[in-house]
Design a protein around this ligand. Sequence first.
Ligand code: GLP
Length: 272
Amino acid sequence: MEVIILPSADAACFLAARIVSDTVRRTPNSVLGFATGKTQERVYDYLVEIQKKESIDYHEVTSFNLDEYIGLAVSDANSYRFYMQKHLFERINIREENTFLPDGNAVDIDSECQDYETRIASFGGIDLQLLGIGENGHLAFNEPFSSLLSRTRAKALTQQTLAQNRKNFPDPEKMPTRAITVGVGTILDTKRCILIATGESKARILAEAIEGPLCAKVTASALQLHPKCTVITDEAAASKLAQHEYHRWTFTHEPEWKKYHLMLRKEFVDIA
Ligand code: GLP
């Protein structure tokens, strides 16, 4: 696992968007894994900006999202399909038929979950997966104590997640309490993944996920097993990491990051 610490949330989201854009430019038929949440909104804004500026072509891209609420109409402003259409899909030239999310209204949820896994595999797996982290350490909706080998399935949301996401629902009573989520094992199978964490509210859990023991209580700690995982964070979310200096050094010295370091210095004046 590599950890990149940047001075601001803007810089962190820009770097994630830059990596996705470069992946699509290099491999136009990439299979991308998208996430939802407040953090990703800025990533998608940058993706759109870069796409317009550099005419990045998403026509051949396929995408899979991590999760979807059970029982919410796709037209509901809180469904993750609605979120993706609004924040990304309608703003770039990705073909809607190439964008997949679990169907939270499927009659048979179990077979929908199995089909989702089969569909991901039929595209050869996910080349690049974006991830966020919940304040309880969840990845997608893999709530604490999810099996670290789990696959796509229905999951009950914890009280903490309900409280965290309820604020988006105009009628909090109507918030679904279950969701379909890809499993931790599904995420570990992705070829590369990028976890973006910003803001002080993520500091404690991020330190547990990165530097704590591997444990089902913090499902994001499973990323310690991923062969190519990059965590991109701002100073606030990184504030409880013990190996702060080492992570900073990585970004400025490792060959893979040099070009991104130079690029970010041009975009953001606060990068040394
Ligand atoms: C939801 C999603 C997660 C995401 C989390 C973080 O719970 N299911 O995939 O990581 O939100 O969201 P935010 O970026 O708003 O903190």
